[in-house]
Design a protein. Sequence first.
Length: 398
Amino acid sequence: MTTTYVKRAFKYRFYPTDAQAAELSRTFGCVRKVYNLALAARTEAWARQERVNYNATSAMLTAWKKTEELAFLNEVSSVPLQQCLRHLQTAFTHFFGKRAKYPRFKSKRKSRKSAEYTTSGFRFRDGKLTLAKMSEPLDIIWSRPLPAGAKPSTVTVSRDAAGRWFVSMLCEDPNIKPLPANDKAVGVDVGLDHLLTLSTGEKIVNPRHERRDRARLALAQRRLAKKEKGSANRAKARRQVAKIHARIADRRRDNLHKLTTRLVRENQTLVIEDLTVRNMVKNRNLARAISDAAWSEFRSMLEYKAAWYERDVVAVDRFFPSSKLCSACGALQEKMPLSVRTWTCGNCGVTQDRDVNAAKNLLAVGLTVTACGAGVRPQRRTPGGQSAAKQEPPLREP
């Protein structure tokens, strides 16, 4: 019997030689060119009411390589070029499935610079990774070891706006196993004053990573604005701004990983609120603080780690009045402005902390939802699924 393990990406920083950097930069450019050509061809075909799939674009790539204008595509490995066509096919699949918008063209300056290699495009032996078209292995900083006997199935090389090079290796991780089940459940209310408030009464401070570097970031952006467009000094100034942004994002991601891992390990059931963050950031007064809190990233990490360790994540409907409802007696308050942090229930006289009360209400309705058989995800993500705010299961004929 074959044991199936969880596939996990291990990301490392590496320092390429000048030749490797030049080769990878050419590859990034060719990947972007092929993706845009294929997207343009599929868009034109769609206008003629014709459908073009991956096989058709793959045949187009072969023809493009034979032309004089696009002969430079033969200078790089063909594997990343084929992979970008598969990515485009996936983008169209999501579009036709109404899970994403229509694919957009890749920009030379704004789009992510990356190339994906499958097993035929790299060699991994004795802890050394060598990509196609390269004679030397990459100088990788092994910040953590790969699982024993791991064989990468996919390697993705990328370069961020700060000029840092990364390699991500997708491997099966035998160390990820379901955790022993327990009877602990916790409600999690996200916020700005405190990043997380648990139904146990614990409040986790909001580090406000962006605020810590706001002065440095503002200074770097002012210097960037004064540089002449297209100059080398402007490129240097842009990298300085990108480095500050990368520092902020790295600290934020590290903190969220620690929090989500701890919550998943300690609790069997985690109840969160289904927030529409993309609508909330339209509030000009709170947009910066909400973006810095990274609620969407927190939820994403929580869900995939819960899937790893066989934990349950319940997303309560966003319209559930968790802050207005008294967790002691169930009385519903008419109004609850954001400025009110503590309030006294007029029905039972209990003084409630706004965030702790909301977390307790989320836990209560989440456990009720689980008992009634509602879906883990809200209805907007699972078409036809039962909303997590619904308290009773549908009636069924005997």
